[in-house]
Write a protein that binds this ligand. Sequence first.
Ligand code: PLP
Length: 383
Amino acid sequence: MIYFDQAASSFPKPASVANAMAEAVNEYAANPGRGGHALATRASQMIESTRELLKAFFHAPSKRHVWFYQNATMALNQALLGFPFQEGDHVVSTSFEHNSVRRPLEQLRQRQGIEISYVEPNSTGLIEVEAIEKAFKRNTRLLVVSHGSNVTGAFVDIERIGKIAKTKKVPFLLDASQTAGKLRIEMDHANISMLAFAGHKGLLGPQGTGALIVAEDFQLKPLVYGGTGSYSELIDQPSQWPDRYESGTLNTPGIAGLNAGIKYIVERGIDDIYEHEWQLTKQFLQGLQGMASIKEYGPSLEVKRVGVVSFQMEGLDSHEVATILDEHYQIAVRAGLHCAPLAHDTLQTSETGLVRVSFGPYNTAEEVDTLLTALGEIEQAFY
Ligand SMILES: Cc1ncc(COP(=O)(O)O)c(C=O)c1O
């Protein structure tokens, strides 16, 4: 099987990821932070060392600011539903947001009467910093932007956006689900107030992992209340971080796997991974140019993007193309709306959806050639 659905979950993982998970399950599967014995301490140490790793990787203020969740969606819900909005507050966002941003925002519109502006991309498919700046109002309380689109691969300039947020004194929440582990993200340099991401995509960890990193105290309400293994005598959630925002037993084996995934990225080099995926993306885009039935929807070939390419084959439903690739060629891609219906509205592809191909650090040029050959054959068969 050739796996080109890396934007959904990365596969394969470095061997060290499964090894670290097996070690956690087989050697120290005790409850972290819930006991003073040696095995619980070992589990806690793994979690704390992963916090430290993430703190250094994303330039967070301290490991206390790193909170673990089961995916990016939970992390984004904590940031958005926990944010102390007042009725009439305004949020600036973009039409490229995943449903994990859009749906909580729409809930807040219904429940708390917030107002939302979704900034549209320009004619070349890029969200312009100037358009974001223009969308601010006197009552804007939060800026939430997806770093890289999971439909087109286009990414925004976070340093320039962070500067605007800082000038306007509005917190900046970045959804880095498509870019963490692929593009450098430094919270301090880019003035990122809150950073949410999945552990199972570019960071090469297992499913069931994600995190929110919060640069300062925005008085977030916890999303979940319960046991923290600390201050058990209190009726209320403890005020200490990360305990306040991490009720319930953490996913120690998953976090151990995430730890190994991040170490692989650091060792190989994030720039090397990006460059590898960019070369595959360019190779694929160049190959598509010779196919008359294919329309591609991302930025032009000269503009760098993350390794995501979405296209339509004239006269064929996106699901049909994905099924043929899966069943006849054993190539995994993703069809449909990719949980980003606003992006498809903007691209005018909501009816048919798109076929999405996404690349990872272990994909090869030969695999891209195989996909191009398969698409050429499908084109010949149908046109
Ligand atoms: C841009 C973006 N945000 C958020 C998510 C949600 O990630 P998860 O499924 O880990 O919650 C995804 C997943 O595809 C995504 O692409």
